[in-house]
Design a protein around this ligand. Structure first.
Ligand code: SF4
Length: 262
């Protein structure tokens, strides 16, 4: 077996080493990785993550400045005028359900946590609108408690890398968490998600312009020709991503650089 592939013979140690290498390459590839939902405290992040369901982070970031200026505390959400709140968050979709969640979240925080967002997973997951994925986002980014965020990108990529065959998000979280240092979990999650949004897309991954080509058993799922792959890179750093993968940045068209990251 070469280090470029993973198969049934890969040992547990081999898997861990390859996983760590993938982690290091991702660190170099995405130095700008961060939580893409704008926020300045735990409440804002909780609200933004609730709004982000079935929407894009870009859309949420357009809506939240006005929202956060108007609603500053859990009590503000608890006592919100439903129609006003619905109007503010309407562009994010499913605004009636989300309004419901935000008002209930505000009430639960006021009634049970003195208006503050708790810093424990077990408490967070009892709050309306907050599942385990959202709780981990909040822990990692607002409280510096390491957490792995298993969203759709994370699931797809760890499967492509064959870091785990688990399909249940909680099992994926534990299986992948065991391969990395706990202190790296939050940033690893951001980097994996960055890679999923910019390079390793669901339908056409940019394999020929991917820094992980040598470590990825799914190399070839998307085009391997650099000229074709370079067109699939996305976002303002698309040309840097090409350079990092050893691909001529001139092959990256302007549309790729201007493309909205999903
Ligand atoms: S080589 Fe292809 S499948 Fe593997 S991580 Fe890169 S883009 Fe994704």
């Amino acid at each position: 077996m070469t280090s470029s592939s993973s198969d049934a013979t890969e040992t547990a140690l081999g898997l861990k080493r390859r996983a760590r290498r993938i982690g290091r390459v991702l660190t170099e590839t995405h130095p700008d990785a961060h939580c893409e939902l704008d926020h300045s405290n735990a409440l804002e992040l909780a609200v933004a993550t609730i709004l982000s369901a079935q929407s894009t982070d870009k859309k949420i970031n357009e809506v939240t400045p006005t929202l956060f200026a108007r609603y500053r505390t859990a009590a503000d959400y608890a006592g919100a005028d439903r129609t006003e709140l619905e109007t503010l968050i309407r562009p994010t979709g499913f605004f009636r359900n989300k309004t419901d969640s935000l008002i209930k979240l505000g009430r639960a925080l006021v009634e049970r946590y003195d208006g503050r967002v708790p810093a424990k997973l077990a408490d967070l997951v009892t709050l309306p609108g907050i599942g385990r994925k959202t709780a981990n986002v909040i822990l990692g980014n607002a409280f510096d408690v390491p957490g792995i965020t298993v969203d759709t990108h994370f699931q797809r990529l760890v499967h492509r890398w064959r870091l785990t065959a688990e399909t249940d998000p909680v099992k994926i979280e534990h299986a992948v968490g065991a391969l990395y240092e706990k202190r790296d979990w939050t940033m690893l999650s951001h980097r994996v998600i960055f890679h999923g949004r910019r390079v390793c897309h669901a339908r056409k991954p940019a394999c020929g312009a991917c820094t992980l080509a040598k470590l990825c058993p799914s190399y070839g799922t998307g085009p391997t020709d650099p000229a074709l792959a370079a067109k699939l890179l996305k976002g303002p750093r698309a040309r840097d991503l090409a350079v990092a993968a050893g691909v001529d940045p001139e092959l990256v068209p302007a549309q790729a650089v201007a493309a909205e990251v999903p």
